[in-house]
Structure formats: C-alpha cells, structure tokens
Design a protein around this ligand. Structure first.
Ligand code: B12
Length: 212
C-alpha cells in the first residue's frame, strides 16, 4: 500500500510527500530494492504523462531532481540494494568538449538509473581522450554522449573517432543525444543509437544491450 502511495506521489510530482514516505519506509526497515522499484514505477507514471502531453520538460526536471534526492537519501542502503538487483548494464555518460549544458544529461542519468542501469557521469566539457580513458577504466557496455550546441557537434564526432583511433570502438556501444543531434547525424558520426529525449534513452539503451 505504502509502495503504491510512493509511486503515486512521485508520478504526481509531490516531491516532499514522496521523500517523507521514503524516510518512513527506510525507518521501518523496508528493502531498498523495493523502495527503488516503487520510485521507478512513479517515474514511469511521469514518463506516461509526459508522452501524453500532460507534463512538460519542467515537470521532468522536477521529477529528476526529486528522484536524485531520494537516491541520495537512501544512500548506502540503496547502493547495496542496487547491487543485489540485476543491473541492466553499465553506462558512461558525458557532455562533450566545450559544452557545459548538463540538465538534459542529468535527466538521462536519472531515467537510466531509475530503470536499472549503472551510470557513471564524467560531467561536462569532457575531452575525447578523457572519455577514452574512462572507457578503458570502467569497461561500460554503453557510452552516452550529450551535446547542446551546434558548435560542439564536432565533439561527438571527434570522440567517436578517438575511440576508433585508440582501438576501443568495438568495445562499447555509443548512444548520442541533445538538441542539435538527429538520427541521421548520429549515423553519420558513427554512433550506434540516437535518443530523442531522456525517456527514449531507456528503450534505446535496452536495445543496445541486446546486441552486447
Ligand atoms: C539552460 C541553457 C544554458 C545554461 C546551461 C546550464 C546547464 N547546467 O545545463 C547556460 C546558461 C550555462 C548556457 C550557456 C550557453 N548556451 Co545555452 N541554453 C540553455 C537552454 C535555455 C536550455 C537547455 C536545457 O537545459 N534544456 C532542457 C533539457 C531537459 O533539454 P535538453 O538539454 O535538450 O536535453 C534533452 C534532450 O536533448 C535529450 N538529451 C540530451 N543529452 C542527451 C544525451 C543522450 C545520450 C540522449 C540519449 C539524450 C540526450 O534528453 C534530454 C532530456 O529529455 C537552451 C535552449 C533550449 N531550448 O534548449 C540554450 C542553448 C542550448 N544555449 C545556447 C547557447 C548559444 C549558449 C551559449 C553559447 C551562450 C553564450 N553566448 O554564452 C553558452 C554556451 C556555454 C557552453 N560552452 O556550453 C543555444 C545553442 C544554439 C546552437 N544551436 O548552438 C541555445 C539553443 C539557446 C538559443 N536558442 O540560442 N545555456
């Protein structure tokens, strides 16, 4: 019952009430994995309302920030819970060189995390070589690249080219997204997938995992 309420509060964007419920569930010794599952269900509700046009990007951002707050609240207990669950895959994500936009990237992180992916965030303005080093270090299944400026589109292309140069291209699937990108450009740059928004990132990454 409390789990249903939690999912509903998240879907209704009632962040404070959701956080209060999470605290109650943690204090009463409920399984972190079950709490996370309810939060995911709530995020699915947000996604459905976004798709139907009832919610806007601002609502997505709100849901993402409350989801991230809940993740922080659950802290070590949640990490342990996530480790117990079967991970859907490991993703390294970055906003490319000379681009500091990260709101969209952070939404993608929230959606992928909410759907069971382990996500490692390299931040913004990340050099292709730093991304390659992270691919070597972390050995992710998927590399996700974000870019918001027309002028930083070449950062996407340069990163994919650097992966190839360092012999890493066949070691990781690449998904790209961000306002100036299109599916056609993604293909042209040699990416494996393009995600239109944070919600699309989830089925796209799940599809990429099928080919791993
Ligand atoms: C907020 C903002 C900023 C903030 C960024 C704060 C932050 N922490 O991110 C600040 C003020 C820093 C900023 C700076 C600049 N900005 Co700005 N900014 C914006 C603005 C208004 C909103 C972007 C945003 O957050 N949107 C909301 C999020 C949720 O949407 P999103 O980013 O598109 O992400 C979604 C999808 O694209 C997708 N997605 C994104 N990444 C990825 C990755 C993957 C893997 C996948 C699957 C999907 C995906 O999913 C996301 C969620 O659904 C846009 C205008 C706009 N309409 O986009 C301009 C905009 C992007 N900025 C612009 C410009 C010009 C600049 C500056 C150059 C301004 C200046 N003269 O200094 C600087 C550049 C700084 C730099 N080097 O990066 C232009 C870019 C024009 C162009 N075509 O190149 C825009 C379009 C404004 C405009 N109309 O002129 N900006």
């Amino acid at each position: 019952m409390k789990y249903e309420q939690l999912a509903q509060k998240i879907a209704d964007l009632e962040a404070e009430a959701a956080i209060e419920l999470v605290l109650q569930l943690v204090e009463s010794g409920e399984e972190p994995a079950a709490i996370l599952a309810a939060c995911r269900k709530g995020m699915e509700g947000v996604g459905k309302r976004f798709e139907s046009g009832e919610y806007f990007v601002a609502d997505l951002m709100l849901s993402a920030s409350s989801f991230q707050e809940i993740m922080q609240l659950l802290g070590p207990a949640l990490s342990a819970g996530i480790r117990q669950m079967e991970s859907k895959g490991k993703v390294v994500i970055a906003t490319v060189k000379e681009d500091i936009h990260d709101i969209g990237k952070n939404l993608v992180i929230a959606m992928l995390s909410a759907n069971g992916f382990e996500v490692i965030d390299l931040g913004v303005n990340v050099d292709p070589d730093v991304i390659c080093k992270a691919v070597i270090r972390e050995q992710p299944h998927i590399l996700a690249l974000s870019c918001l400026l027309t002028s930083t589109l070449d950062g996407i292309e340069a990163t994919i080219a650097e992966l190839a140069k360092q012999g890493l291209r066949d070691k990781v699937k690449v998904i790209v997204g961000g306002a100036p990108l299109t599916a056609k450009l993604a293909q042209q740059f040699g990416a494996d997938a393009y995600g239109e928004d944070a919600y699309d990132a989830v089925p796209q990454c799940l599809a990429l995992m099928e080919g791993v």
